[in-house]
Design a protein around this ligand. Structure first.
Ligand SMILES: [Zn+2]
Length: 337
């Protein structure tokens, strides 16, 4: 399942291929995605131009500009016009790293402007290719571009979605209700309160998108390992220092994974069709019984928050007051003791 680094890679790949391009038509397959593309959206999208490609959590947001918008009063010199201009300015390095825009207020510059919102689900692939490229199977929505290329959404398991919103503010209001802050530059006090205020284990806290947006199974395990914290530890058992360590580990692991174009486990490819490379750098995820890169103890896999969780029982210790040990860990300790 694509997590934040994979989605960010798709966004970075698509941005130079899409921004400024016009959409000249839409095709869709008869197989429906979990949230199906509606045929009445075809007319709304055809003729639109791509203004920006962004990410929020694991959602891809494509801002559209319509070439013949309903007549609007010209922006007065001041906030309106300036805000529009500012939103098109080149992104700074920091903005590129976490290419999401903060939620806009109800009267902000995004109101009334259309947007495509895309989720890759389990197996979604969202790529730009030459229009003459043979069509693969499981192709669901195809946007023809004005340069003889196509933006193609392919999803064998169909858990993903491509949706049109006539008003960006509607899409962003939905997202801000579901998602906590982006995992880059999280406020330390906010994160300490969120983690220490719960009896849930760290795996559950990290998977909770309302605490931090975009962390899934792979990067939750990798962040716990990097912070030397057992995924079964309860949030409230962490000291303030441990919370800070975890927060920094999340940011470091995600940053490194983005640099490696994410992890390709099954079907994931970036927006230009290239696979990720971070799967070769996983310290614990998917490495059950293989040696811990730090201490060579075999990596264990136990279920926390209902998900397979990988950790080193030597580097990530837990005492009985801090939460339950995994089953494999109890067995491994018995044979050693
Ligand atoms: Zn270890």
């Amino acid at each position: 399942m694509p997590e934040l680094p994979e989605v960010e890679t798709v966004v970075r790949d698509l941005r130079p291929l899409l921004v400024g391009r016009g959409i000249t038509g839409v095709r869709q397959s008869k197989h429906k995605l979990r949230r199906p593309w509606k045929p009445q959206w075809n007319a709304a999208v055809t003729g639109a131009r791509v203004e920006a490609v962004r990410r929020r959590g694991t959602w891809i947001l494509i801002d559209l500009a319509v070439s013949n918008p309903t007549p609007q009063p010209p922006p007065r010199s001041g906030e309106g016009g300036q805000a529009r201009k500012a939103s098109r300015a080149p992104l700074s390095e920091d903005e590129l790293r976490s290419s999401f825009s903060p939620p806009r207020s109800g009267e902000g510059p995004g109101v009334g402007l259309p947007l495509l919102r895309v989720h890759l689900g389990m197996t979604g692939q969202f790529t730009v290719v030459d229009a003459s490229t043979p069509q693969p199977d499981h192709l669901h929505v195809v946007f023809a571009l004005d340069n003889a290329h196509e933006l193609r959404y392919r999803d064998p398991r169909r858990f993903g979605s491509v949706e049109y919103f006539a008003d960006r503010a509607d899409a962003e209001a939905e997202l801000s209700a579901e998602l906590g802050p982006e995992p880059f530059g999280i406020d330390a006090a906010y994160f300490r309160d969120a983690v220490r205020g719960t009896a849930r284990n760290l795996k559950a806290v990290l998977l909770d998108q309302t605490v931090v947006a975009g962390v899934g199974n792979i990067y939750a395990d990798e962040a716990c390992f990097r912070a030397k914290l057992h995924p079964g530890r309860t949030g409230k058992s962490l000291s303030a220092d441990e919370c800070d360590r975890l927060r920094e580990a999340i940011e470091a692991v995600l940053t490194r994974a983005i640099e490696s174009r994410g992890s390709t486990i099954r079907d994931y490819v970036g927006g230009s069709g290239l696979r990720g490379g971070f799967q070769n750098e996983h310290a614990v995820y998917g490495r059950t019984d293989q040696p811990c890169p730090t201490c060579k103890t075999p990596v264990l896999c136990a279920r926390y928050a209902g998900r397979a969780s990988h950790y080193c029982p030597h580097c990530q210790v837990i005492n009985h007051k801090e939460g339950p040990r995994g089953r494999g860990e109890r067995a491994q300790r018995r044979t050693r003791e």
